[in-house]
Design a protein around this ligand. Structure first.
Ligand SMILES: Nc1ncnc2c1ncn2[C@@H]1O[C@H](COP(=O)(O)OP(=O)(O)OP(=O)(O)O)[C@@H](O)[C@H]1O
Length: 609
């Protein structure tokens, strides 16, 4: 049992008080979330959260050292050079889809995720971090850690590079803001990341004035999100903004968090991950420009329309996993997967957002911080003894599937601390609704294995029959030829064959928008599935259509025969799935354990802040 837990259980008065406060906060969020008491005001709220996420990472002694206040010019934000030089077309579709349903945002996009279950975060997250940064935790990588690509005004923040990549930093470089794409096919539609390729552009060429801040979309722990509009091109984006207030601890923490998000997002390009366009640091604000996703979050859809049907869950899960597989292929863990952080565009395409908690995992580092949203948090994060790995996202995915199936995360009947105890310190597994198929149940159980080493990776899970059934169903649905606004290689022009020279073919495969096994790729029918399932428009895709005729027309294919084990009802068992040789070529897969840097004797134990 972690030190903090012992403390919580009555060792000190202060800790008890703190825990009660957190618990109370969770209760408040619970009641708000379940009753769907969501903020709908079009006006941005006064930033009332004086303390954003309760995170020792931010509040640690080694944190901020202040701002360079003599820089008052409006400057672009120097950001890392991404390792990907090609630019995604993603923004094309992002903008397009955004413009398609502005009204849906005006009615529901405001603070859609404000009232969900959870702890001290604004929308229900507990972001207390167990392990402060301290010299003991400095990894062997620390000496070579790159300078954080912060604007000089933020350079005193002594941030870690969230990605820890040396090659991504060019601090003198500005990160060009997006000029919106003109057309999906035009090369001029991809100027946003031009600064990644060439040298730093002149501020005058960055198009700062092109994007106008529009209506308020919602507020997160670390800032406000607005719709952005380019009146010259008629395109939209989302603008995430944090106020820069010198000598204000909260502001510094928000800036640090947003910078972390920039660090991670600026290196990602995947159709199921919200596309980063650029950022800008002005005298008053740090603004991040993102692909606009107008459909709102899964959390919001659940609040408005109730639980999803299984085909919708399959579809969304497959896309979430595709995004996760891509992320994990870069050894980056999201750490906050949950319905509120998964947006859906009007075509049912999933976009992972909120990478403020994301971390690059290296063999030399281990994550001990106690971050995440309690109900979606993996046991090892709560117990927090030996660090944790990419597998925490797989656990959270399991919770998110239950959330999609029931509108509530697992253990939501428990209040904050009790839920944490249930997750972290009991042997119980969450209740899985009976109405789900055996495939679905099996999939969820695999994700919610308490031992992270037993959890399949995101790549492995993409092969699970629960998702294959959906792929086959979509493949058997006649789609209009140009139903998709973009080609299979999706919004990202990452080369699909060999995007990262030097990586194994499997690793390259991980960059595909949809993960398909080599076995599947060989089969013409699987190829077909892959092509068709990449279409964002699916008759089964939108929860709004879940009971419509399109869904009824979906063809249900039987589970893949290779998953049927003799003597088994539905083809597999937990143990067999985890070790089955035909599913997992051990040497070809990234093993969760390979990312686990154990520090059994670390003096740092989990502590509740
Ligand atoms: N790219 C986007 N397109 C459209 N809406 C967005 C986008 N990004 C965020 N939003 C919306 O803006 C609101 C705030 O998002 P943000 O990510 O800042 O906070 P959050 O995830 O709700 O909370 P927290 O930061 O505490 O996790 C949410 O309602 C979210 O759905």
């Amino acid at each position: 049992m972690p030190t903090w837990w012992v403390k919580k259980c009555g060792k000190t008065k202060d800790d008890n008080q703190l825990l009660q406060n957190k618990s109370r906060s969770v209760i408040d969020k619970n009641s708000r979330g379940i009753t769907g008491d969501n903020k709908t005001s079009a006006d941005p709220p006064t930033p009332s959260r004086s303390t954003p996420r309760c995170s020792r990472e931010f509040a640690g002694a080694s944190g901020f050292s202040g701002f360079d206040s003599d820089s008052t010019e409006k400057k672009c934000h120097p950001l890392p050079r991404p390792s990907i030089s090609s630019f995604p077309n993603d923004q094309v579709s992002g903008s397009t889809s955004g413009s398609a349903s502005v009204s849906s945002v005006s009615s529901s996009g405001s603070a859609d995720d404000q009232g969900q279950l959870g702890g001290c975060r604004g929308n229900g997250d507990v972001k207390f971090n167990a392990a402060p940064r301290s010299p003991e935790r400095v990894s062997p990588m620390a000496a070579t850690r790159p300078t954080s690509p912060l604007h000089s005004r933020l350079s005193g923040m002594s941030l870690d590079s969230s990605t820890g990549r040396n090659d991504d930093v060019r601090s003198s470089e500005c990160h060009r803001l997006p000029l919106p794409p003109t057309s999906p096919t035009s090369p001029s539609a991809v100027p946003v990341h031009g600064s990644r390729i060439g040298g730093g552009p002149e501020p005058s060429s960055l198009g700062f004035s092109k994007w106008k801040k529009g209506k308020f979309l919602g507020s997160g722990t670390f800032g406000q999100v607005y719709q952005g509009f380019n009146s010259e091109k008629g395109k939209m984006c989302a603008i995430k903004e944090v106020k820069v207030i010198s000598d204000d601890k909260t502001s510094k923490e928000c800036l640090k968090q947003l910078n972390q998000e920039i660090n991670v997002l600026s290196q990602l390009c995947h159709p199921n991950i919200v596309q980063y366009y650029g950022s800008e640091l002005s005298e008053e604000t740090l603004s991040v420009y993102l692909e606009y996703v107008s459909g709102g979050s899964i959390y919001k859809l659940l609040q408005e329309y109730g639980p999803f049907t299984e085909p919708v869950i399959q579809n969304y899960t497959r896309q979430i996993l595709a995004g996760l597989a891509y992320l994990h292929g870069r050894n980056t863990v999201h750490r906050d997967i949950k319905g509120a952080n998964i947006l859906v565009d009007p075509n049912g395409e999933i976009k992972l957002v909120d990478f403020g908690m994301a971390k690059h995992v290296t063999a030399y580092s281990t994550m001990l911080s106690f971050n995440g949203s309690p109900y979606w948090m993996a046991p090892e994060v709560i117990m927090n003894n030996n660090g944790y790995t990419l597998a925490v996202d797989v656990w959270s995915l399991g919770c998110t599937i239950l959330e999609m199936a029931t509108s509530k995360p697992p253990w939501s009947q428990f209040e904050g601390v009790a839920a944490l105890f249930k997750i972290g310190n009991s042997k119980d597994t969450p209740e899985i609704p009976d109405h789900l198929s055996n495939d679905a149940k099996n999939f969820i159980r695999l994700c919610l294995q308490r031992n992270p080493a037993l959890r399949p990776t995101a790549f492995q899970l993409l092969e699970h029959p629960f998702l294959r059934v959906h792929a086959a169903r979509v493949a058997n649905t006649i789609m209009p030829k140009d139903a998709s606004p973009r080609p299979f290689d999706g919004s990202c022009t990452l080369p699909t064959r060999e995007p990262y020279p030097g990586r194994s073919s499997h690793e390259n495969y991980l960059t595909q928008p949809l993960a398909v096994s080599s076995r599947a790729i060989k089969s013409p029918s699987r190829e077909n599935i892959r092509a068709i399932t990449s279409l964002p428009v699916s008759p089964c895709s939108s929860p709004l259509r879940q009971l419509g005729p399109a869904y009824k027309s979906c063809f249900l294919s039987p589970p893949h025969p290779s998953y049927t084990f003799p003597g088994q009802d539905n083809g597999y068992s937990l143990a067999e799935f985890a070790v089955s040789p035909f599913r997992v070529k051990k040497d070809a897969m990234i093993e969760p354990s390979s990312f686990r840097a154990q520090t059994p004797n670390s003096p740092l134990r989990s502590r509740l802040v």
